[in-house]
Structures are given as C-alpha cells and as structure tokens.
Design a protein around this ligand. Structure first.
Ligand SMILES: Cc1cc2nc3c(=O)[nH]c(=O)nc-3n(C[C@H](O)[C@H](O)[C@H](O)COP(=O)(O)OP(=O)(O)OC[C@H]3O[C@@H](n4cnc5c(N)ncnc54)[C@H](O)[C@@H]3O)c2cc1C
Length: 416
C-alpha cells in the first residue's frame, strides 16, 4: 500500500483539492455502509450531486435485528429502517432502488436497466451474499436480507423442528430464536469447535456451551454430503430431517458486478486506511466488501461487522467531502444469543494466550459473566465477554492502548 492518511505527506491538502473537483458521488449498495456514507458526505459539507444505487427495493435497513428482534417477532419490518422515508428529502440525493450495478469502468457505472451513471467518485458498499451448498433445496433458508428474515419467521411459525447448518453467529442467533419458541433445534458444524474461526477454540467452546445449555443438539465435525429432498445427508452416513433448514455458513463479497473491470476482488476490495481502492483513482469501498489496510495487523483486513462499516462510511464520507475524517476506533462486534450479549473488542488474530478476567466460564462454570483477555505475549490485543457488557466496555481503552498484562489484571481487580 502506498497511500492513505498519514502515508503520504500533505494528505489533507490533497484530499481538499480532490473534494473541490468532485461534482457527483455515486454510492453503489444501499445498505448500512451506503447510507452512512451519504450522510457523512452531507454532514461534512459536500453539496454536490449524490446518487445511491441499491439492488433491493427496500429503503436502506439495518441487518442485526433480522436474526434477533425481527425473527423473534418483537419488532416489525418498519423498525429496521435506517432512515425514515421523509428523511431522504433532507439529504438531497437521487436513489435508484431495485436497480443493480452490473459493470464499472473508470468514472462510470452501468446499471441493469441499461443506464450508465458517470461520477467523479464511486463508493462500493455492496455487502456480502450468503454462501449456500450445492444442491440446496429451494425450501431451505439463508439469512441476509429483510425478505429472508420474514420468510424464515413465517416458516418458524409453523415449525416444530429446525436444522441449522453452520454454528456461526447467524446460525446461533437463529437457533436461539427458535429455542425461545420451543422448537427442537439441531445444529450441524463442520469444525470440531463451533465459532473457532471467529473466536478461537476456547472462546468458541463457550458459545458451543450456550447452544447446548439451551437444549439445542450440537453435532460438530460433521460435513454435509448432499440432500435427499428436504433431508440433509451427512458425511458420516446419518440423515437429518427438520421442518425448516437454515444454512448459515458465511458469506461472500458481492463483487461479481466488477468482473471484467480488471480489479482484483479475490480478497474483497483492497483499500488503504481511508477506503481508497488500491491503485484505482476515484474508487472507494466501505463495509463488508472492503478490506481496509489495518496498521496494527500490517495487512488489509475485511471485517463483516456493523461498527466497522459505520466507521468506514464516516471516514470515506469526510475524506471525499474534504472534511476531517474521524479516527478509526478499536474493532468491535457483538451477537445476542441465548439471553446474553457476546462481545469482542480488538483484534484476536495475533493472540497467543488467554487470561480469565471475570467469571468461571473457562473452568466449566457459568458462561454468563465470563470476560476473557486475549494476549499476544504480554500485550492485550482483544477482550471477549459473555453477558458482561458493562465490564467488557471498561477494557476497550486498554485494548486500544495495547495494555500490558499487569495493567489488565489491575483493571480486573478494580472491577471485581
Ligand atoms: C442477519 C444478520 C445479523 C447481523 N448481526 C450483527 C451483529 O449482531 N453485530 C455486528 O457487528 N454485525 C452484524 N451483522 C453484520 C452487519 O449487518 C453488516 O456488517 C453490515 O450490514 C454491512 O453493511 P454493508 O453496507 O457493507 O452491507 P449491507 O448492509 O449488506 O448492504 C449492501 C447492499 O448492497 C446491495 N447490493 C449488492 N450488490 C449490488 C449491486 N451490484 N448493485 C446495487 N446494490 C447492490 C445489497 O442488496 C444490499 O442491500 C449482521 C448481519 C446479518 C445479515
């Protein structure tokens, strides 16, 4: 990476010069990242033309409730809207909803209705699409969109059993909502420990315990060989049939529309630390599609999390507008499952060891109340908490500062 804020001298000056030349910003993807980018452009004083293109017919909406409140039936669809319909007049933008971008060339984007939009800056915020399995029957569900969530909710209304393929966050949240309705749940996970990729084996094990303690059946180390109608055929020869099947095996960046552009999308859209797509003038990316340069890990990292999307949109909007971009925060994600909040601040990737800070979950005691520090040698790189939101928040600054183990233990004593 050869550019980015602080990576070349006079970065702010260059950004200001660019901002004056930008008369039309085209944001592709009308989800969280797309809308927040538009809002940041306006709040930083950009008064040029803005277009927002979104494949879905819905106004931009929030996804975390899709596997939580909406699925549980405690919220209706109108509550997930990110900005009320009449709030778009204030933004002064042109929206193209139900319209898909199908091609990009420098300075222009082709749409699926045959139109071409020319723009001085294009921001890609097209998110991810749920992975599926070969031969997946039409009756099986994935969960990524508002329509997916409503369809799954309707199916669960009639169901007494649910099979979940993949013990990731979406799978666990759906399992949790189904257990709350008294539905019999079987979760099938290919790895030997659920959540191991996101959290590592020890913390993943705690999430696995939450599943099992809810009464769900968890089968790990089991692959899916195929389907016989609605029945799942397992690699070990077993068969699982349930009224509803949900496949939650991760997601892929929605970047097929850039194929043919010459842009390398194999790792998502690789960007500098301000969201400029590497090597391409006038192209930016935010949210789940974007692999932003991470100064701490010294490599581009793609995070599929709400908070990083919001932060990236604020930085890109401010930078394009010639404003002062906010500083990037400590990476964060949460998941609500089985009556508690699972949270993680920081970058768990380089951790070499754990230290239990509160609660006895790692020793087989209750998962709720457990807070764990993840350390790289003697430096705190992340903190995870299970039903301990207030305590976890107290470690955020220590994670950001790369505190020593002694400082972390002192904090744990003060909060005991
Ligand atoms: C069920 C669920 C639960 C979640 N829960 C949590 C949580 O608890 N905590 C957390 O931190 N994160 C959570 N997330 C993740 C969080 O919602 C995402 O990180 C965030 O939505 C990413 O925003 P985005 O703008 O990148 O993508 P999205 O919000 O997915 O928006 C992308 C939009 O682009 C559109 N699009 C795609 N291709 C095109 C195209 N070619 N042309 C035009 N438009 C296109 C899509 O249709 C979509 O509307 C959850 C996600 C899901 C699906």
């Amino acid at each position: 990476m050869d550019s980015g804020p602080g990576r070349f001298p006079g970065g702010t000056e260059i950004a200001a010069v660019q901002a004056e030349q930008i008369r039309h910003v085209l944001v592709v993807g009308a989800g969280l990242g797309g809308l927040r980018t538009v809002e940041a452009l306006r709040s930083n004083g950009y008064d040029g033309r803005i277009s927002l293109v979104g494949a879905e017919r819905h106004l931009p909406y929030d996804r975390p409730p899709l596997s939580k409140q909406l699925l549980a039936g405690t919220w209706e669809a109108d509550r997930v809207t990110l900005r009320a319909a009449d709030g778009y007049d204030d933004l002064g933008i042109r929206t193209y909803l139900g319209t898909r971008a199908v091609g990009w060339q420098p300075g222009r984007v082709e749409l699926d209705d045959g139109a071409t939009l020319h723009a001085d800056a294009v921001v890609v915020a097209t998110g991810v699409v749920a992975r599926t399995l070969p031969g997946l029957p039409d009756t099986a569900h994935t969960l990524r969109t508002l329509d997916d969530s409503l369809a799954l909710r309707t199916a669960l209304d009639e169901a007494s059993s649910l099979a979940v393929v993949g013990a990731g966050f979406v799978g666990a949240e759906v399992a949790s909502a189904a257990r709350d309705r008294g539905i019999d749940v079987t979760v099938l996970e290919a790895l030997s420990v659920p959540f191991a990729r996101a959290l590592g084996e020890q913390l993943g094990g705690l999430c696995g315990r939450l599943l099992v303690e809810s009464g769900a059946r968890l089968r790990t180390g089991v692959g899916i060989e195929g389907f016989d109608g609605d029945t799942l055929l397992l690699a070990d020869g077993d068969r699982v049939t349930a009224d509803v099947t949900l496949v939650g095996i991760g997601a892929e960046p929605q970047l097929g529309w850039l194929s043919g552009s010459g842009i390398d999308v194999t790792r998502g859209l690789v960007c500098d630390a301000a969201g400029r797509v590497e090597g391409i003038d006038g192209l930016w990316a935010v949210g789940d599609v974007a692999a932003w340069w991470d100064d701490v890990l010294d490599r581009p990292v793609r995070r599929e999390h709400w908070t990083s999307t919001v932060e990236q949109a604020a930085i890109v909007g401010a930078t394009i507008a010639g404003g002062e971009p906010p500083a990037a925060g400590v990476p964060y994600f949460w998941s609500d499952q089985f009556g508690l909040k699972v949270q993680l601040f920081g970058r768990p990737e380089p951790a070499t060891r754990h230290v239990a800070l509160h609660g006895d979950g790692l020793d087989g005691g209750p998962v709720k109340g457990t807070v764990v520090g993840l350390l790289r040698d003697d430096t705190l790189v992340a903190v995870a908490g299970f039903g301990a939101a207030r305590r976890v928040a107290r470690y955020r600054a220590l994670v950001g500062a790369g505190a020593s183990v002694a400082e972390v233990e002192e904090m744990a004593r003060s909060l005991a």
